[in-house]
Design a protein around this ligand. Structure first.
Ligand code: HEM
Length: 169
């Protein structure tokens, strides 16, 4: 066990050493179950969202209205993201110091924020004119870019999440 550097904030140390954090980390079953839930929920969150991104890019389901694809995938993606945040929060709780010190975890948080921002911008601006291009096989550039950014950022979140697992301090 390495010594915790003094720069680590008290809240992070507290989370890491709390009975819940220690309990998850040291349990034979809890940690793998929470981490497995986190990984499996990828299929329901990003795995489902990808189809909407590809439709936005004009690459799949070109003859389906975009609102139709949106309506079908979003409930599943939403449930997936709720599970991702809860399970991710629990894994973070148990490894707060490691995550705080991990460059990959910081990259992941930044990319998560940017993915959220990209989705927010799409919902607040680009989607306002969707009636004009709902049935277009290839949507306008702004919509296509939202799909491309989303795809790139989620690949980044997943890669950085995977890399965190190997980033020991
Ligand atoms: C919502 C989108 C998210 C995606 C796509 C995602 C993706 C991933 C992936 C692929 C892993 C690697 C799992 C493994 O290698 O076993 C991972 C691990 C992890 N994630 Fe997430 N994650 C997300 C959200 C979150 C959130 C919101 C948090 C924290 C608040 C979080 C915290 C963690 C932690 C602590 C790990 C464990 C790293 C380790 O094993 O050392 N994740 N994530």
């Amino acid at each position: 066990m390495q010594e915790i550097p003094p720069a680590v904030p008290a809240i992070i140390r507290w989370l890491n050493d709390s009975s819940i954090g220690t309990g998850i980390r040291e349990s034979i079953w809890t940690f793998p179950l929470v981490e497995a839930t986190h990984v499996l929920a990828l299929g329901l969150s990003v795995g489902v969202l990808v189809w909407f991104d590809l439709r936005l890019m004009g690459l799949t389901m070109r003859h389906q209205p975009i609102t139709h694809v949106h309506r079908q995938v979003m409930p599943y993606a939403l449930v997936g993201f709720i599970i991702m945040f809860i399970s991710g929060g629990l894994v973070f709780w148990s490894e707060a110091v490691k995550c705080y010190l991990s460059i990959f975890f910081r990259i992941k948080v930044l990319m998560l924020f940017l993915a959220g921002l990209n989705a927010l911008i799409f919902e607040m601006t680009t989607k306002k004119t969707i009636v004009e291009w709902d049935k277009a096989p290839v949507p306008p550039l702004k919509a296509r870019l939202a799909g491309v950014f989303s795809l790139i950022l989620w690949i980044g979140v997943i890669s950085a999440g995977r890399a965190t697992a190997y980033n020991l301090f």
